[in-house]
Design a protein around this ligand. Sequence first.
Ligand SMILES: Nc1nc(=O)c2c([nH]1)NC[C@@H]1CN(c3ccc(C(=O)N[C@@H](CCC(=O)O)C(=O)O)cc3)CN21
Ligand SMILES: CC(C)C(=O)C(=O)O
Ligand SMILES: [Mg+2]
Length: 264
Amino acid sequence: MVTAARIRSLKGKRKISMLTAYDYLTARILEAASIDIILVGDSMGTTVLGYPTTIPVSMDIMVPHVAAVKRGAPHTMVVADMPFLSYGLSEEEAIRNAGRFLKEGNADAIKLEGGREIVPLIEKMVSLGIPVMGHIGLRPQQVLKVGYQIAGKNDKEIEELSEDAKILENAGIFSLVLEDTTEEAARLITDMLSIPTIGIGAGRYTDGQVLVITDMLGYNPEINYKHNKTYVNLYNTIFNAAVQYKEEVEKGLFPAEENVFHQK
Ligand SMILES: Nc1nc(=O)c2c([nH]1)NC[C@@H]1CN(c3ccc(C(=O)N[C@@H](CCC(=O)O)C(=O)O)cc3)CN21
Ligand SMILES: CC(C)C(=O)C(=O)O
Ligand SMILES: [Mg+2]
């Protein structure tokens, strides 16, 4: 088991690596690669399911994927991302949903987007034994209200962001995602907190980094966020394999003798 306390203890020792995964086979690869944390992100909505935003994602969509990821990565910290309106309606419903991630999905922790407004909920979850990861900065679940905006662009925004970070730490979160903030804001917050910060598009000074796996694998050729680095071009790899397969089927080259069963 990998505990939240273990992840927390990495601050100041070495950088933390986190990637998203949504399925069993990918999770197995990330565990083999010793990635510190696997996030079953609500980004599954846009990456795997083809929705325009993460808004339509539900608990019923997420839970089986959390379970699949944990089956693939039994020895890795698996964090389940609470989807839009799975929390916020009532404390009772939020805690029941977090409980589903831990009990049906076998997740090790949950993650919630939000600042000071969700502190009572976080305190209640932590008191019950639910490890909570925070998420501030660009919050994709706020897209309908404010769109996608880089956070912490001026002194006032940095002040609000760092206040939220401190308040969330005091509420008991074990680590904090900083999404698409200025490097200056993320550096200040990272220096201020005693829990690890994990950045995506938050610059070089956070305690860890996270990327959406389909982005860093080049699975979607339309993704070109400044914060992303494409480590392989999976789109081309799969496209070329499919084209070659079609050609070989049409020419009668596949299946070959080695792929065929014969009678005794
Ligand atoms: N596949 C995927 N990966 C992500 O990282 C991601 C999503 N989806 N969907 C939800 C949010 C939206 N994200 C965004 C959206 C827009 C910018 C953006 O406009 N970036 C500009 C810089 C703008 C500026 O400097 O103000 C860029 O050039 O990339 C960044 C992250 C990141 N998130
Ligand atoms: C980008 C990460 C932090 C996330 O929330 C997600 O993948 O849903
Ligand atoms: Mg998310």
